[in-house]
Design a protein around this ligand. Structure first.
Ligand SMILES: *Cc1c(COP(=O)(O)O)cnc(C)c1O
Length: 360
């Protein structure tokens, strides 16, 4: 069987054991005579799947009891609107740290519902670092503070989660959820599209503190109200059943591997191998400041831009796919999420070394 190392930013690789398990169960799930895709979302078998998926996520992430886990659709992009719709309801003021393209999108949706204030930004240096944030910068009357914990396009990540005091911290964790151990009690709301570190596209996971549910105005559409999902156990309407099943298999895979701490150790090891090589290389360079580097999305550049296309083409021929950088940054980008094996990163570094020998 041919499998490539896929460095795509999303949808991205899934763990092979998860794909194989799904394949083996596909035509006849748990002796039901049907696939998960054909099961009623109200059936006993699907109830087990969604209950276990939630429990596994709670275990792996260490989610406290006063938080709800919601399985939704619409991607992280729908959350950009849902969050202000549900949370920007008291002072109607929101503070945001602008660290790149996805923060900007979160910001432009929130502006439709209230006052948005940028309390820190790295725009002055093309978003190549994470600005300092401290409690004194935060408006104590703000309804919430928004951060993007990992900036998928720019390749930066918060290494410390800011202390926002009593103001709820809302985090777009689409590209680093489940990759590092985090104290969930620091957050009011966490959201993530599934297609980077959780499972197939089409599922969105929201972890929300209970007191932040039920405050949306009467005019809030039912399907955009967290209360709807919380009260129905994410079963108000038909949820993305197959995506939830796949997520459950991924959560199981993380647990069996040794949990989030082991996942983090592996991720740091993978990222270190790539950064060490880039920093020592005379051909490649990292555009990101050292203290702000992401361990999930690693952009790198070749000063001679003419070589970018050659690199991407030859890498593909070597079984290393989707290394072209985002159009706003250029160069290359290797997304090495949880499911990227250590061997994949080693194969990339070997390819880069050979490429450097040929072109320096
Ligand atoms: C991919 C991504 C998004 C957009 O996710 P969709 O599920 O496609 O809406 C938002 N924020 C971040 C940080 C992302 O990486």
């Amino acid at each position: 069987m041919k499998r490539v190392y896929n460095f795509s930013a999303g949808p991205s690789m899934l763990p092979l054991p998860v794909l194989e398990k799904a394949q083996s169960e596909l035509p006849n799930y748990a002796d039901s005579g049907m696939s998960v895709m054909e099961l009623s979302h109200r059936s006993g078998l699907f109830t087990e799947i969604i209950t276990e998926a939630e429990q596994l996520l709670r275990d792996v992430m260490g989610i406290p009891d006063n938080y709800k886990v919601l399985f939704m659709q619409g991607g992280a992009s729908q959350q950009f609107a849902m969050i202000p719709l549900n949370l920007l309801v008291n002072s109607k003021k929101m503070d945001i740290v602008n660290t790149g393209s996805w923060s900007k999108k979160a910001m432009s949706e929130a502006k439709k519902y209230g006052d948005v204030r940028v309390i820190a930004t790295s725009e002055d240096k093309n978003f190549t670092y994470i600005p300092d944030v401290d409690r004194s910068m935060i408006d104590p009357k703000a309804d919430y503070v928004h951060i993007t914990t990992n900036n998928t396009i720019e390749g930066t990540a918060f290494s410390d989660i800011p202390d926002t005091g009593d103001v709820p911290l809302v985090a777009d964790m689409s590209s680093n959820i489940l990759s590092v151990d985090m104290d969930i009690s620091k957050f009011g709301l966490i959201y993530a599209g599934a297609q980077k570190n959780i499972g197939p596209a089409g599922l969105t996971v929201v972890v929300i503190r209970e007191d932040l549910i039920g405050n949306a105005p009467e005019t809030c559409p039912t399907m955009l109200n967290y209360k709807t999902f919380s009260e129905s156990g994410s079963l108000y309407n038909t949820p993305p059943t197959f995506g939830i099943y796949m997520a459950k298999l991924v959560f199981e895979w993380i647990k069996e591997l040794g949990g989030i701490k082991e996942m983090e150790r592996l991720n740091r090891e993978k990222a270190q191998i790539l950064y060490n090589y880039i920093d020592a290389s005379e051909l490649f360079a990292s555009p990101v400041e050292k203290g702000s580097r992401s361990i999930m999305n690693i952009p790198f550049i070749i000063p001679n831009r003419d070589l970018d296309a050659v690199f991407v083409k030859e890498a593909k021929e070597a079984g290393l796919e989707t290394l072209k950088g985002h159009r706003s940054v250029g160069g290359m980008r290797a997304s090495i999420y949880n499911a990227m094996p250590l061997e994949g990163v080693k194969a990339l570094v070997k390819f880069m070394k050979d490429f450097e020998a040929k072109h320096k």
